[in-house]
Structures are given as C-alpha cells and as structure tokens.
Design a protein around this ligand. Sequence first.
Ligand code: FDA
Length: 282
Amino acid sequence: MGAKVSSRFVAGMTLDNAMRVAESVNKQGIAVTLDSLGESVTSENEAHRAAEIYHELLDAIAARKLDANISVKLTQMGLELSPRLAETIAANLARHAEANGSFVRIDMEDSRLTQVTLDIVRRLHARTDMRGAIGIVIQAYLYRSQADIEQLLADGIRVRLCKGAYKEPPDVAFPRKADVDRNFIRLSEMLLESPAYHALATHDENMIAAAKEYAAKHGIDRSRFEFQMLYGVRRDLQRKLVQEGYRVRVYVPFGTEWYPYFMRRLAERPANAIFLARNIFR
Ligand code: FDA
C-alpha cells in the first residue's frame, strides 16, 4: 500500500526509479535535486549507509549527465548522534560533488537544529576544497531568518528560501500565514539582489509573481536565480515557468522511508488526503 499511496510525491523506491524520473523531468527542461528519503538515524552505521546512497547518486548523475544535484538532511547523516559525524559525512559529500561539478543542498529541519546546521554549512563552505559545492535552506517562518540571510550573503553561500514545513512554536516562528508570506517576499528580494545564485522554493503563485515583478523592475536576469517546487506538486506551474524562460528545479524524493515526508505534504495541504484515500480504496 505504501508505494501506491506515496507515488504521487515519491519517485519510487530505488535509485534506478529516481534516475528514470530525473531523466524525464530533465527532458521537460526542468533541473532536479534528489532526496534519498530518511531522517533521524539511530546509529552511526545507518548514517554511513545513508551517505553511501548519496555517493552512488552523485556518480549516477555524472554517468547519465543529468542536470541534477542532491538534497541532504543532516539528521540522516547522524546529526542527533554526533554533530561531528554529520559534518564529516557532509564534507565527504561536498568534496565528491565538487569533483563531479555538482552541488549539495543541506535541507533545513526543525528549529532546534537551525544553528548547528548553519554552523556546519558555513564551516564547510569556508574550505577551499568544497567551496561553491554546498548550500543551505532558510525558512521564512522563522523570526531569525533575515539575520541569517544577511550573514550567509556576506559569506557568499547559496540559499534555497522556503516557507518552512515543521510545526514551530510562536516564540520562534510567525504563527500567521500572512506574516510568513510577507517575510518570504522580503527575503526573496534580498536573495535576488545578491550576486550569488539562489533558489526560491514555493508553489505559491503570489510569491512567484512578487519575485518575477521584483526581478523585472530591477533588471535581474532570469538566469540569475531559480524557482524550485516539489515533485508531483503544481506540474502546470512548473511547465509554465519554463515556457516563460525561468529556471525551474524539482525536488525528487525516493526510497522506502516516505512516511514523514508524506505527512508533511499532507499537513501543508489537507486536500492531499483525497489522493491518499483514493489510492487506498482503489
Ligand atoms: P503554501 O503552503 O502557502 O502553498 C501555496 C499553494 O501551493 C497551495 O495553495 C497549493 O496550491 C500549493 N501547494 C503547496 N503545498 C502543496 C502540497 N504539499 N501539495 C499540493 N499542493 C501544494 N521546508 C523545510 O522546512 N525545509 C526544507 O529544507 C525544505 N525544502 C524544500 C524544497 C523545495 C524544493 C520545496 C518546494 C519546498 C521545501 N520545503 C522545505 C517545504 C516548504 O517549507 C513548504 O512547506 C512547502 O513548499 C509549501 O509551501 P508553499 O511555499 O508552496 O506555500
């Protein structure tokens, strides 16, 4: 049942499934970032096994000449067991990505992990053997994000901006959607102004319209940033942006540990439960 239920958002169970999806997405002129599903491992061995899949992915991407990079969660690399372990694993991945001309995006998890994730990415980015091959995610729902972006821009670190997908308390995150949206737009403008190549990850047409308008008004070329969306979400909008000459990248998750990923997608849009029900009863 799991495979059926999750197949709308997950590319399949195996690396081969993911490669096939990446190829077909690339054929539509859309770049890919691959996520080997899993988070919060409970042993060092598990962390190393998870990292191994990402090393295989980097080689498979290069062998097939795909327009793709990887998205990695530090808790899957053992962050909650030992930040040093996660940093070492992330360093090896970034070095491998750099050698292959690819890129590692470190996903952002819940707010207990924001600071340690930022610290690790900043330290790795400062190293010359992986510079440019590692970037981070910032969540517009956190009060701290503007200050974090200022620091990241000063360091020249590439940012993916999203609204944020975890349940956060009101002392760390804006409780009201209108405030999150306003902050997303403000932070998007900071990223668009910066010379580094950043990503705006959203399916919200208002956020996308605001970014397009800002870029047009300030003479920021469409090649200087990209929009990112999730696999299976708003394919119509993805195609439309490509037709308009914008760069688009789709986040493609694969693997057996789809449950927490899928539950976050349900929380964002309860209507997705209809897909779930349909697949269960089919
Ligand atoms: P919002 O939730 O306001 O939705 C706007 C519209 O988009 C909805 O009305 C609906 O039409 C559509 N939509 C949104 N979500 C949908 C869904 N699940 N199914 C169907 N339609 C949907 N978060 C995080 O905390 N850390 C991270 O590292 C990342 N990484 C990441 C990468 C990429 C490429 C994307 C696109 C998103 C993330 N996220 C994330 C998730 C992000 O924080 C956020 O939860 C979702 O993108 C939903 O927010 P929107 O910006 O789409 O707007």
